[in-house]
Design a protein around this ligand. Structure first.
Ligand code: SAM
Length: 299
C-alpha cells in the first residue's frame, strides 16, 4: 500500500485525521506527503495509522491524545488523558502575560527610581497547570525576567505530564521550578520565604464551564475522553476563582498580578464582587465569549 492508495481509500472518510496520522508515522511534512504519494508504507506503519484512525473516529479519542502531543504557541507538548488538550484561546493568555512582563521591564528601565525593584526577579505561579503549556511558553519568551516558577495542580497525574514537558523544553533553564500537588493556593503559606516581598504573576485557567452547559454542549470526544475535572466544578462556575482570591494572604495580594481565563459574562460578576480589592481589566478577547482578564491590586 502506498500513501496515495491509503488517501484515496473511501473507507477513510475523515481525511484530515488520516493525513495527520500519515505525517506523524511516516515522519514527513504535509508537502513531503504529497510529493512522496507513491512511496510504499510498511505494514508496521500501516497498522499504526489504522489503529490511530480507529481510536480517533470510533473510540472518540482526541487526535492529540492518539499522537501524545499537541502544538501550542509554536512548540510541541506532551499530552495524555490526564491533562486537558490546551486550547488556542489559552495562547492569548501567553501573549497577555508576555506583554505585561515586557511592559514592566521597559517602564523599570525608563524610570531609574524603579531600578531597586527590577523585573528580573519575578515569581510565576501557574494554578491548575495541566500539561504546563502556559508557563513553558511564557518562560521561553522571557527567560531573563523570571526567577522562580510554581507549577500546581490538584491532579498528580497532570503534574507528571507537566514535569515531562519541563524536562523536554526547559532542561537548560536555571530558574527554580517547584511542582506542587495542591488545592488552589493551599500551598502558599509554606513557601512564604520564596515569594514574600517579590513581584508575583499568577495565571489561572481554572475550570469555569457550568456543569449543565458542559453536559449539553461539549463534543462527545471531550466529554468521553478529557478530564472532567479540568472543565467543570459544580453548579456555580465561579467557585474556583472566588476560592482562590479569598485564599490569598494579604501580603501576597499587594504584590500579585493575576491573569485569568473565563467567559465574557463571568468577568463582570467577579469584577463587581472583588471591586474593593482588585481592578479587573479585559486584556484579550477570543471570539465573542472568552476573555483573558488582568486583575491588579487596588491601593
Ligand atoms: C482548564 S484546565 C487548564 C490547564 C492548563 N493550565 C491550560 O491552560 O491549558 C484546569 C486545570 O486545573 C486543575 N484543577 C482543577 N481543580 C483544581 C484545584 N482545586 N486546585 C488546583 N488545580 C485544579 C485541573 O486538574 C486542570 O489541570
Amino acid at each position: 500500500m502506498n500513501i496515495a492508495g491509503l488517501l484515496s481509500n473511501p473507507d477513510f472518510k475523515e481525511k484530515h485525521i488520516l493525513q495527520k496520522l500519515i505525517m506523524e508515522y511516516t515522519e514527513c511534512s504535509r508537502e513531503e506527503m504529497w510529493i512522496n504519494w507513491d512511496i510504499e508504507i510498511s505494514q508496521d506503519i500501516y497498522d499504526k495509522i489504522i489503529r490511530g484512525y480507529k481510536l480517533s473516529t470510533e473510540e472518540k479519542m482526541p487526535l492529540d491524545y492518539v499522537l501524545w502531543h499537541v502544538s501550542f504557541f509554536g512548540k510541541e507538548f506532551i499530552v495524555n488523558e490526564n491533562t486537558l488538550v490546551p486550547r488556542p484561546e489559552t495562547e492569548y493568555m501567553v501573549q497577555a502575560v508576555t506583554e505585561h512582563i515586557q511592559y514592566s521591564k521597559s517602564s523599570n528601565l525608563s524610570n531609574p527610581s524603579n531600578l531597586s525593584n527590577p523585573s528580573n526577579n519575578l515569581i510565576l505561579m501557574d494554578i491548575g497547570t495541566g500539561c504546563w503549556v502556559l508557563w513553558t511558553s511564557v518562560l521561553l519568551q522571557n527567560p531573563e525576567q523570571i526567577s522562580t516558577v510554581f507549577f500546581t495542580d490538584i491532579s498528580d497525574k497532570a503534574l507528571l505530564v507537566a514535569k515531562q514537558n519541563v524536562d523536554k523544553h526547559l532542561q537548560w533553564f536555571k530558574q527554580e521550578m517547584i511542582f506542587i500537588w495542591t488545592d488552589l493556593l493551599a500551598f502558599v503559606d509554606n513557601y512564604k520565604e520564596v515569594w514574600q516581598d517579590k513581584s508575583i504573576v499568577l495565571v489561572a485557567n481554572l475550570p469555569y464551564i457550568p456543569e449543565q452547559m458542559f453536559d449539553q454542549n461539549s463534543p462527545e470526544n471531550v466529554q468521553k475522553r478529557e478530564p472532567r475535572l479540568a472543565f467543570v466544578w459544580g453548579e456555580d462556575w465561579l467557585v474556583y476563582y472566588r476560592q482562590m482570591l479569598d485564599q490569598m494572604p494579604e501580603a501576597m495580594k499587594k504584590t500579585t498580578i493575576c491573569f485569568f481565563e473565563m467567559m465574557t459574562r463571568q468577568v463582570e460578576i467577579l469584577a463587581k464582587e472583588y471591586q474593593k480589592d482588585r481592578h479587573f481589566e479585559e486584556v484579550k478577547t477570543f471570539h465573542f465569549n472568552i476573555r483573558i482578564v488582568k486583575a491588579t491590586y487596588r491601593n
